[in-house]
Design a protein around this ligand. Structure first.
Ligand SMILES: Cc1cc2nc3c(=O)[nH]c(=O)nc-3n(C[C@H](O)[C@H](O)[C@H](O)COP(=O)(O)OP(=O)(O)OC[C@H]3O[C@@H](n4cnc5c(N)ncnc54)[C@H](O)[C@@H]3O)c2cc1C
Length: 421
């Protein structure tokens, strides 16, 4: 009987399992997870910490017993894989045991990046990636916290700022980048969001590297470049992630993540990778990069599972564009495309609202869209961006145009997208 190992049971691992069975795979499926929980949705962790979601709410695909029965799984929980022989597809487990497989899916995700600065590992310094991180943070907040510094003005960072402020904690958001959402926001849009945050009493520090975190008997001091020292009860690190590629050994090609083709095959025969541990194609730039999104992990996992099950023709996942949606403090920010590509930027205020749409075009192509406070149009605009990558002259089409008109988008914006002049 064929045997497949899935290493890591998050979004990518779960979708690989689902696709295997959906496409008729009747072999053994062994799940190796260094955690003891069902697959979790990391983006729900902040809702748990905020008390808006029960613990079980972080596990969208149900409990382990149900998944085991439904998909015929052999579960190896709290059982990290410590090394992998890519030639023989043999895993070495934490307890020294060895197991060989016909196929392997590396779905090991990513870990929160802890910067190499003094004090980053001190008590009262927290990260936010796993359900365990969420449990520890919630426990600490229940112990009483008056002040916090959130380091990293990312989508995760802003969710933490929001939940801390809602609990009466005085918050400062700090980043070495020049503005909020540095990988997604255009500077002017970021400026508007920052003004709104300051008006709500959030302290902001940008273009300031974090040099050290010092422990004091009654808390911490976060030391910023330029000499500023911020005393606080706790610090939260949200400065990004690193792909878990430790299993690459010598046999699997690796860049920032495992290198895969569009069938999710790594350079080692029979070994696939999916999700935040591997790269994907950024359709806008044509470059391989870690895309780091839930939908991307799901589709890469599905592709790996379908191909192991032997679908014909082989399943292909062409890649994606970056797409961030975040809701915080009564605001919606959506970033589509790549904010690093220079071009002509046009701003369209949304009438009757305080929101705006900013579009950067380069060589006639929309390359970056920022939307403030109108999430309902993001799907149409993302589809439009994808269409223009296939056909530079693509139009919105009647359905897309109608949707934008119904949502009250100004005619000038629609005409601009259609004419791009
Ligand atoms: C706070 C937060 C908010 C987010 N918000 C959004 C959002 O709004 N929209 C969006 O699209 N995406 C968001 N994301 C990103 C999204 O959650 C991820 O892209 C997605 O969950 C990745 O899934 P994955 O299966 O690749 O990895 P993971 O969920 O990280 O799962 C990997 C699993 O593998 C396990 N593992 C690792 N190494 C080993 C080993 N050697 N042996 C056994 N097991 C191992 C890990 O412990 C983990 O359980 C957010 C992420 C976070 C943290």
């Amino acid at each position: 009987m064929q045997r497949t190992a899935i290493i890591g049971f998050g979004c990518a691992g779960f979708h690989a399992v689902k696709a295997l069975r959906r496409h008729g795979y009747s072999g053994e499926i062994h799940i190796y997870s260094d955690a003891g929980d069902p697959p979790a949705n990391p983006m729900l962790t902040t809702y748990y910490v905020a008390g808006k979601l029960a613990w079980e709410g972080m596990f969208p695909f149900g409990g382990l017993e149900v998944l085991k029965r439904e998909y015929g799984l052999t579960l190896h929980l709290d059982c990290p894989v410590v090394s992998l022989d890519a030639k023989t597809r043999c895993l070495t487990l934490g307890d020294g045991g060895k197991e060989s497989f016909d196929h392997i899916v590396l779905a090991t995700g990513a870990r929160a990046l802890v910067p190499p600065i003094p004090g980053a590992d001190a008590p009262n310094v927290f990260c936010m990636r796993t359900v365990e991180d969420a449990r520890l943070l919630r426990q600490r907040l229940e112990g009483g916290v008056k002040s916090a510094v959130v380091i990293g003005a990312s989508m995760v960072g802003i969710k933490l700022v929001e939940l801390l402020q809602a609990q009466g904690v005085a918050v400062i958001l700090a980043d070495m980048a020049p503005h909020i959402f540095p990988t997604a926001a255009l500077p002017e849009v970021a400026g508007e969001i920052q003004a709104r945050l300051e008006a709500r009493g959030i302290g902001l520090r940008f273009s300031r590297p974090i040099e050290a975190i010092e422990s004091r008997p009654d808390g911490l001091t976060v030391c910023l470049g330029g000499g500023e020292r911020l005393d606080c009860d706790m610090a939260l690190l949200c400065i990004g992630t690193r792909a878990n590629t430790q299993l690459a050994g010598e046999g699997i090609e690796t860049g920032r993540g495992f290198v895969v083709n569009t069938r999710m095959e790594t350079s080692a025969p029979g070994i696939y990778a999916a999700g935040d541990c591997c790269e994907g194609l950024n359709l806008l730039t044509g470059q391989a990069q870690i895309i780091g999104l839930w939908d991307n992990a799901a589709r890469q996992g599905e592709t790996a599972g379908a191909n192991i099950a032997g679908v014909t023709p082989l399943a292909v996942y062409p890649g994606n564009i970056t797409h961030n949606i975040t809701h915080f403090m009564d605001m919606d920010f959506i970033g589509l495309g790549d904010n690093r590509i220079a071009g002509t930027c046009k701003t369209f205020p949304l009438p009757g609202r305080r929101g705006r749409v900013d579009i950067v075009t380069h060589a006639g192509l929309p390359v970056c869209v920022n939307i403030l406070d109108e999430y309902r149009i993001s799907g149409v605009l993302k589809r439009f961006l994808l269409k223009t990558l296939e056909d530079k002259g693509a139009r919105l089409g009647p359905a897309g145009r109608g949707r934008l008109e119904r949502e009250g988008v100004p005619a000038a914006l629609i005409d601009y997208l259609e004419g791009r002049n």
